[in-house]
Write a protein that binds this ligand. Structure first.
Ligand SMILES: [Zn+2]
Length: 99
C-alpha cells in the first residue's frame, strides 16, 4: 500500500495532539498548557498507577517511563497501540478524525 503524501500532511496538520490525547486517554488529567504533560494510565502496559506516562501536547510525542513505550507523534501512538503499519495507522486516523 502506497502512502499518499497529502494524507500524511492532512493527518499531521489537522489533528491537534491535545485533542487527540484528550479523546484517546480517558484517564489523562485536564491539561494546562502544552508541552510534556501527565498522560494518566499508560495504554501500553497493564498500568494501575498513573505517573509514568507522559504525552507531548504540541508534538504528539509520548513516553512511558515504566514500560519504555515511546514514539514521536500520534501516528506512532496508533501504530504501537493497535499494531498497525504506518500506512494503516494513517488511514485509521484519517477515517476516525474525518481528515
Ligand atoms: Zn507503559
Amino acid at each position: 500500500m502506497k502512502t499518499a503524501p497529502r494524507l500524511l500532511q492532512n493527518v499531521k496538520g489537522s489533528i491537534p495532539p491535545a485533542d487527540f490525547y484528550r479523546a484517546e486517554l480517558p484517564t489523562m488529567p485536564p491539561p494546562r498548557g502544552g508541552g510534556w504533560r501527565e498522560g494518566g494510565l499508560c495504554p501500553f502496559h497493564n498500568d494501575n498507577h498513573a505517573g509514568s506516562f507522559r504525552v507531548n501536547l504540541e508534538t504528539g510525542g509520548f513516553k512511558c517511563f515504566a514500560c519504555g513505550a515511546k514514539g514521536a507523534d500520534v501516528i506512532a501512538f496508533i501504530q504501537l497501540r493497535d499494531g498497525l503499519s504506518f500506512p494503516e495507522a494513517l488511514r485509521q486516523l484519517s477515517d476516525d478524525w474525518g481528515v
